[in-house]
Design a protein around this ligand. Sequence first.
Ligand SMILES: NC(=O)c1ccc[n+]([C@@H]2O[C@H](COP(=O)([O-])OP(=O)(O)OC[C@H]3O[C@@H](n4cnc5c(N)ncnc54)[C@H](OP(=O)(O)O)[C@@H]3O)[C@@H](O)[C@H]2O)c1
Length: 398
Amino acid sequence: MKTITLLGSTGSIGTQTLDIVANNPDKFRIVGLAAGNNVELLAAQIRQFRPSIAAICAEEKLPALKEAIADLDPQPILLAGDAGIVEVARYGDAETVVTGIVGCAGLLPTIAAIEAGKDIALANKETLIAGGPVVLPLIEKHGIKLLPADSEHSAIFQCLQGVPKGGLRKIILTASGGAFRDWPTEKLAEVTVADALKHPNWSMGRKITVDSATLMNKGLEVIEAHFLFGLDYKDIEIVIHPQSIIHSLIELQDTSVLAQLGWPDMRLPLLYAISWPERIYTNWERLDLVTAGNLTFREPDHKKYPCMQLAYAVGKAGGSMPAVLNAANEQAVALFLSETISYLDIARCIEWVCDRFSSDNLSNPSLDDILAADQWARQEVLTVSKNLESHPQIISLR
Ligand SMILES: NC(=O)c1ccc[n+]([C@@H]2O[C@H](COP(=O)([O-])OP(=O)(O)OC[C@H]3O[C@@H](n4cnc5c(N)ncnc54)[C@H](OP(=O)(O)O)[C@@H]3O)[C@@H](O)[C@H]2O)c1
């Protein structure tokens, strides 16, 4: 029986993780749950999974949460606010913490979980992208395992099982191409929020679906792969694979290439992240290659999707730059989702902010430096977004 705490329990990752737990009650037990705002769903989850502790980030919702589960006996510890989420992350006998919070809001709870000696099943890629220089040494210090739950990184991790140290030569990340893969570049100026939220293959939260449409998601995954697997950026490649059947590939020193295949279903990488190194039987639809049909590949179009190159440049710059890129992206996507800026302005804002920061970049940032860079970038995007006409597209990262 593995004990699990789930952060972001009401989201896409969270509900899929709970689906796995509900179907394997003899294998997993929930110790803690944490959510942002959705008090009704969190209350229903507490009722079903009976955690010892739960927290809601929106402090004003705590009374409603208490009322919704007032009849339960025993009562879980109920907390609220950022401090409540951190407490859930570090609490009790949970062996693994699944990080399904969206955005850099996941960073401090993840650090708390690592410091409490818990293994991390990492879905919340923003944590590692922004906090890599601080998170990686902490993982080393506390001897915990960082198990990738992002489908591409899970695929790489699965392929790597049994590969000897030094055997890995290249990582090839597959990308579906997002909502606009078949749109001509000229039409991108007309994109609406509803268009960007129509992912062709995956059903996910709003922010990551927009990241998939700009292909920033793939750029973020390049940085995530660098931190997880230690390869240079020149050895991490992207290939467009519209069917999302091959979830990523590795090339070994002798040119042998290994791939992991499956239907696009996040439950599989989530299950592996919480059951590793075991393989648990499931009754999910088996992959049938004939039904899957043709698997095709093409080169990514960097002109149409400038965010990928931005991410490579930022990753190579290192230090706090990935935190700046990540925060600028979060803020720009939020402005796009509220229809304040256009789709094309997302990349424009991020690029402008990263370019302004590059001269102040610190090579070995502390947690405070990272949090300060994050706040600075969000504020810069808000400022730049009000005056975009005077900020031309630049692509000039140093
Ligand atoms: N969805 C996927 O298939 C997928 C695949 C790969 C990687 N990921 C990564 O997994 C993470 C979650 O993505 P998602 O698609 O599951 O997002 P989502 O559906 O938007 O869910 C986000 C979750 O985070 C919670 N949350 C937001 N802010 C919070 C805060 N400050 N404190 C505590 N909880 C907070 C939300 O709570 P409320 O809803 O209650 O407000 C919700 O439970 C992201 O980093 C994403 O990149 C997702």
